[in-house]
Every structure is written in C-alpha cells, then in structure tokens.
Ligand binder design. Structure first.
Ligand SMILES: *Cc1c(COP(=O)(O)O)cnc(C)c1O
Length: 497
C-alpha cells in the first residue's frame, strides 16, 4: 500500500518486485505478439481522458490495480511504434537492452549536470558517443553530447553558429534594437525539417531570414542556388552565418550534396550543420559509408539513435568540431555550481542551455554492447533490402507509381494516375491532381483503418504521396508482403476494379 494508516508515504519492496515481474511478463508477451494490437490506435479524441477519474485518489492504490488500469485504459490509446508493420513517419524500435537501460537509469535517477553529480553519466556519454562516432566514420575530433531530440541538437548548433559571429557579441548585447546588426541569414533546403525553421524562430533569426534553397529533381539542395543566394544576401548588406544541410530529408530521404556545401561554407566562412537524424545511421554499413561523405568537415552534425539504432526514444547524438564555441555560447557558471574538478572534468551543462540531464547514455551503451556493431549493421542492411524489394514491386505494378528515389529504407509512392479512370478523364492538371489526392487519401485511410499496417503521407512538388518508412527491428519480409497485399486489396476496392 502506498499509504500507511498513519498517512505517511510508504512503498513496499515485495509489492514492487511482484509488479516488476508482472510488467516484465507483459513486455515479453508484447514483443512476442505485437500484432495483436491495431498499429494505429482506434480511440477518438477524449476517449482516454474520459476513462480516468476527474480527481486524484485521496489514498494510494496498490501497484497491481494501477497496472490493471495501464492495460485497461492506456494500452488501447497506444499507437504501436513497436508493431513491425508501423511504417509511418520514421519507424523506430524499443529493443530489450535499451529498455533495460531506461529501467536502470530511472532507478539511479541521477542528474548529470556536472561531472561530479555522476561521473559515470558524463564519461559513459563520451564513451558511447565515441563508439558511435567511430561506427559512423566521423573524425575523432568531433565532440559528442547527448540531447533529447534532433530538434534540440539543431537549435544548439544554430546557436553555436550565431556565437561564432564574434564581432557581433550577440551573447552579451542580444539582437533587439541594434542599428549595427544586419539581418542574420540561415540557409537550408526546401525539403529540410521544420525543426530548422523553428530554431530560427526561437533564436530570434526570424522566419523571413531563413532561405529555403531550391532542390533538384531528386529533392537534393541545389548548391549553385545556395551560392547565388549567399552572394545576393551579402550584396544587399545581410549577414549569412549558417547552412543546415540534410542527409536524409524527412519526405523522401534525399541527401544534400554535402561536399559541395562544405566548399561553399568554407569560402564564405559559414557554419555548416548537418541534419542526419534518420539516414546518418546508414553510414555504419561499410557499403553505405558514402552516406556521410563530406560530413566530417561539417562544424556540427546530428544523428538520432532513437530513430534507426534500436534505442528507445528519446536520445539524439549531437557532434561538434568546435566545442569551445559551444562553451562560449552557453557556459554560465553561478557560484553554487563551481566544483574543485573545474576545469579538468567536462561539465556537460557548459555545452548547452539545459542544466539537468538524464542518464540516456546507459541505454545507448547497452544497445551497442548487446547487439554489437555487426548486429546493428544487419538490422539497417535488412531494412534497406526490404525497401528495395517494395520499390521493385511498386515499379512493376500497373496500379502504383514510385514518387522519389529510394536511397535508404523509405519509399514514397502513390496510385498510378493512369490506373484511375476518373482521374485520367479529368481535364486540367489541377483537377487531376485533386482527384488523385482524394483517391490516395482514401487508400491511406483504408490501409490504416485495417489496424494491420500504418503508413503516413507527404506532398512532393505539390503531389500527394504515400510514404512507407521501414525502421522497426522486428519488421521482416512477411510484413512487407502483407502490406503489399493490403495495399492492392484496398486499392481494388477504391478504384472499383
Ligand atoms: C526526425 C527528424 C527530425 C526531428 O527529430 P526529433 O528528434 O523528433 O526532433 C529532424 N530532422 C530530420 C531529418 C529528421 O528525420
């Protein structure tokens, strides 16, 4: 019981053991039969909240009863990212060693703000990010730090890029009301992630100072357009300061021409940050090392172990070649945080804006130790193989068409307009596109309503496309076979074949 008769807070180790055993049994069964649940939760907005009491309990309840509630009221409201037929957004995996790492990390409950507030947290973070850096083939001088998400990593990178403009002294003087401060310009492609623009909003750069560089027919940043934009901005008295290139864009997983961008950034002294949140991990395969070609010369780079490295969310690996600039941007040490180890030890609070930090390195280290480099490589290799197999089926099928190249494990496709009598018969391009969108949306909803697979969508050059992202460690050929079957079945219904 959580409350003794005296009303004092109380916990019972035997009860905890029983609850942990039950939870562990539930987890093992869950991974044995993930397909028992619909991938996409079927609850409607408000359903989950309505199944809870409007007020908290006056007296504590047994863990047993709380676990009953978990199964009864929470599991139905879960969209199962662990389902092997989760193909939406970027699929991820909660692996057993990763779960164990989360469990022990919660038990230790340490806060790694300073080296001395848990030396093992700070040092394991450096060790595990060193392993990952070597696996990715990045240079040894890249300083690594764990953050929650790629959004935070890119925000820190862009803040460092701003700090690198030493003559402007923005850390001290700020940006508002300064007649000596030209607009600072950030460059990224039209296909880059929304987190880049959001970082510009947070940092006071302003949306109108984010240049969305054109992409080529394969959705890669046009380096010549980048260069023209930079020159135009300089000529009009603006101050270019940062380029964010993407390795694996969110819609199509296209890869920007990083070596050419490195050269341009060098010439104009701009900070280059590479957002490789998903696709960067492919570089752990010897045959896909080229994925990060040129990225070793970037100033900073982010890759997410919680995306394609079987590590439970959240964990983002941020690498920076100029940790001194991070410190210049963020270090601010009040008296109560001074320690005798300064400056021999790394205090991670000096490299970003957050003070407290969870022990995320534990799960990453356990994942790398348990699967080994070979195991992790085999997962990524298999996902790429499955995506290529799906790509071939789409290319060969009269019903579907491929919408973008497939460099990794994400496939963009849609119903082939020529298979759609009602679409082909329509006059204008716009109305054909609208009709095609309607049919593809209907197909997407029909597939997702089966509960047997979950796809998401995107728009490519204004054209509505379905998107299948393969990234769960338990996804096998049979799941792709089944997806293909469902797609064809639902397409026949929608096209009334
Ligand atoms: C997923 C993704 C992000 C966002 O990642 P978070 O960790 O959720 O912030 C950013 N950029 C790219 C290219 C991504 O694939």
């Amino acid at each position: 019981m959580a409350l003794s008769d005296s009303g004092a807070m109380h916990e019972d180790p035997d009860e905890f053991r029983a609850a942990v055993d039950r939870a562990t049994a539930w987890i093992i069964d869950y991974f044995k039969h993930p397909e028992r649940y619909p991938v996409l939760s079927r609850v409607k907005p408000g359903d989950v909240s309505r199944s809870f009491s409007p007020s908290p309990p006056e007296r504590g309840r047994p863990l047993e009863a709380i676990l009953d509630d978990f199964e009864r009221a929470i599991v139905p409201g879960i969209t199962h990212w662990n389902h092997p037929s989760f193909f939406a957004y970027f699929a991820i995996s909660g692996s057993m060693p990763g779960i164990l790492g989360e469990y022990l990390s919660a038990a230790l409950n340490v806060n790694g703000m300073l080296w001395r507030t848990s030396p093992a947290l700070t040092e394991l973070e450096q060790v595990s990010l060193g392993y990952l850096r070597d696996m990715l083939g990045l240079p040894k001088d890249m300083f690594g730090m764990i953050l929650d998400t790629a959004s935070t990593s890119s925000l820190i990178a862009i803040a460092a890029a701003r700090e690198a403009l030493q003559d402007l002294d923005i850390r001290v003087k700020g940006m508002a009301g300064r007649s000596d401060l030209p607009p600072l310009i950030l460059y990224t492609s039209r296909e880059s992630h929304s987190s880049v623009e959001k970082a510009a909003i947070v940092l006071g750069i302003g949306q109108e100072n984010v240049r969305k560089i054109a992409v080529d027919d394969r959705f890669r940043m046009d380096a010549a357009d980048l260069e023209r934009c930079i020159e135009r901005d300089i000529a009009s008295g603006k101050r270019p300061f940062c380029v964010v290139a993407t390795v694996g864009t969110t819609s199509t997983t296209s890869v920007d021409p990083v070596p050419a961008i490195v050269e341009i950034c060098g010439r104009f002294s701009l900070w280059l940050h590479v957002d490789a949140a998903y696709a960067g991990m492919a570089a752990i395969l010897p045959e896909m090392r080229h994925t990060l070609h040129g990225c070793g010369s970037a100033d900073s780079l982010v890759v997410n172990p919680h995306k394609w490295l079987a590590t439970p969310i959240d964990i983002s690996a941020f690498y920076c070649r100029k940790p001194d600039i991070l410190r210049n941007a963020f270090s601010l040490v009040p008296e109560y945080l001074r320690t005798p180890e300064d400056p021999a030890a790394t205090n991670l609070m000096d490299y970003g804006f957050q003070l407290g930090r969870r022990f995320r390195a534990l799960k990453l280290w356990m994942v790398i130790e348990y699967f080994g480099v070979r195991g992790l490589q085999s997962m990524i290799r298999e996902h790429v193989r499955l995506a290529r197999a799906l790509e071939s089926r789409i290319v060969e099928s009269p019903l579907f068409e491929l919408m973008a190249p497939v460099p990794f494990s994400t496939v963009c496709f849609r119903l082939n307009p020529s298979a759609q009598a009602c679409v082909a018969a329509t006059e204008s391009e716009d109305s054909r596109e609208a009709a095609s969108q309607e049919l593809n949306e209907a197909l997407l909803n029909a597939v997702n309503a089966t509960g047997e697979a979950y796809l998401s969508h995107t728009k490519l050059n204004g054209r509505f496309s379905l998107r299948c992202a393969i990234g769960n460690m338990r996804t096998a050929s049979r799941h792709i076979d089944s997806l293909w079957h469902i797609l064809n079945e639902q397409a026949s219904v929608i096209l009334k074949l």
